[in-house]
Design a protein around this ligand. Structure first.
Ligand SMILES: Cc1cc2nc3c(=O)[nH]c(=O)nc-3n(C[C@H](O)[C@H](O)[C@H](O)COP(=O)(O)OP(=O)(O)OC[C@H]3O[C@@H](n4cnc5c(N)ncnc54)[C@H](O)[C@@H]3O)c2cc1C
Length: 371
């Protein structure tokens, strides 16, 4: 039998950040993940600088032996429409590789790890939990991503009632010839919206790697949208010949697009398990990290009393940080939406101040710091 002060299911950015914060406050934390690390995660691997700041990562230290691609601009528009290049005089983001980033965060969390083991069983025992038949803990944290079993235990019905983002991507190391053929600049990722504005495609070059993908709020005909985007990139000389043909798919929930219960007696959810990705951009790493820090602060404040009324501040802090749920549906007819979309996405002003600064970079919101 093994016991711990807190058991975290999932060692992605949410789980490792929460583990690190609780460990720093003296709790004995165990992280359980079904995968062994380093492991890959379907993701474009683009983060805003606030993520490094919240995690107190020294960029130079991280970059030693890992990919940390500075981003200083974007090329954006509608697929097969006009394009706009926006430049900044500073780093507005970084390209990372999830196999490296997640491993780095988990290793430095200081938590005990049980890797390569899924959550198989979960039962309430008195005021605590019994997990997999041999782990006892008073506190369970669900950080297992969109399909987190702890979220399911709290009633989430991922496959039935939730309207998710469906996405496909591929990341691969370019050989020398491919690197020469690739027309994407490493410091200027390309983001192009689908004509119906229900999603966008990206092409992010990070050092010698290229990441291509499409994410949409409507999973219908995702592969066709992906093919159209790749053809558009090819036509513009952006992607080299011989890219892998096997793209990986995944789904996740945007903040406000689902109704997950975040907490109950002795348990709470963080990151994708809680469904927190930004609605406009689909960025999920920053909300994963921030929710983990807010959860840790609530748990430390609760000082061992994890009844649900003591965990309720977590939900209030999350709402204050992420803003009101935004499950708005456009009332404009599809044709008019396309027309207006095409116009505004050709505007350099709208692209910089609304699409990038507001929707993608959250430029007015400073980084959340650990308490
Ligand atoms: C195609 C795509 C592109 C994306 N691009 C970006 C991007 O560029 N930037 C960005 O910020 N966000 C992006 N996102 C979103 C981002 O990947 C997620 O929001 C982020 O990974 C959430 O982190 P997390 O720690 O909550 O969950 P995850 O990173 O999913 O980690 C969950 C962990 O739980 C483990 N786990 C799952 N089930 C179990 C189980 N039963 N038992 C034990 N362990 C389990 C998994 O192995 C995994 O390690 C993208 C998502 C997709 C699908």
């Amino acid at each position: 039998m093994q016991s711990c002060d807190a058991l975290i299911i999932g060692g992605g950015p949410a789980g490792s950040t929460c583990a690190g914060a609780l460990t720093r406050h003296g709790l004995d934390v165990l992280v359980l993940d079904q995968k062994t690390f380093p492991r890959d995660k379907v993701c474009a691997g683009w983060i805003t600088p606030g993520v490094l700041e919240s995690l107190q990562i020294d960029a130079a230290d991280y970059a030693a032996g890992r990919v940390l691609q500075p981003i200083t601009g974007f090329r954006t528009g509608m697929i097969a429409g006009n394009e706009v290049e926006t430049r900044y005089q500073r780093n507005v983001g970084y390209g990372i590789r999830r196999c490296e980033f997640d491993h780095y965060l988990l290793q430095r969390s200081g938590a005990r790890l049980r890797l390569g083991e899924p959550l198989r069983s979960l039962a309430r025992r008195g005021d605590g939990w019994m997990v997999n038949g041999d782990i006892e803990t008073p506190l369970l944290i669900g950080a297992g991503g969109h399909f987190c079993p702890v979220a399911r235990f709290l009633g989430a019905q991922s496959r039935m009632t939730e309207s998710v983002v469906a996405a496909k991507e591929v990341e691969f190391a370019m050989d020398a010839a491919q690197a020469q053929q690739c027309g994407v600049q490493p410091e200027t990722p390309e983001l192009f919206f689908c004509k119906d504005l229900k999603g966008y495609g990206w092409c992010v070059r990070k050092s010698g790697y290229l990441n291509i993908g499409v994410g949409r709020k409507d999973s219908h005909r995702l592969s066709e949208h992906l093919d159209a985007f790749c053809e558009f990139l090819r036509h513009r000389g952006k992607i080299p010949a011989g890219i892998p043909d096997r793209f990986h798919g995944h789904a996740y929930l945007l903040h406000g697009h689902g109704v997950r219960r975040f907490f109950d007696d002795g348990v709470l959810l963080i990151g994708d398990a809680a469904g927190l990705a930004y609605a406009e951009s689909g960025e999920g790493i920053r909300p994963a990290v921030e929710s983990a820090l807010l959860a840790a602060a609530t748990l430390v404040e609760a000082a061992g009393d994890y009844r649900q009324q003591r965990l309720a501040p977590y939900q209030r802090h999350l709402q204050a940080r992420l803003g009101p749920a935004s499950s708005e549906k456009s009332r404009l007819p599809a044709g008019l939406r396309r027309y207006i979309g095409g116009k505004v996405l050709s505007s350099a002003w709208f692209t910089r101040h609304v699409v990038l600064d507001r929707w993608f970079l959250h430029a007015r919101q400073g980084a959340l710091r650990a308490s």
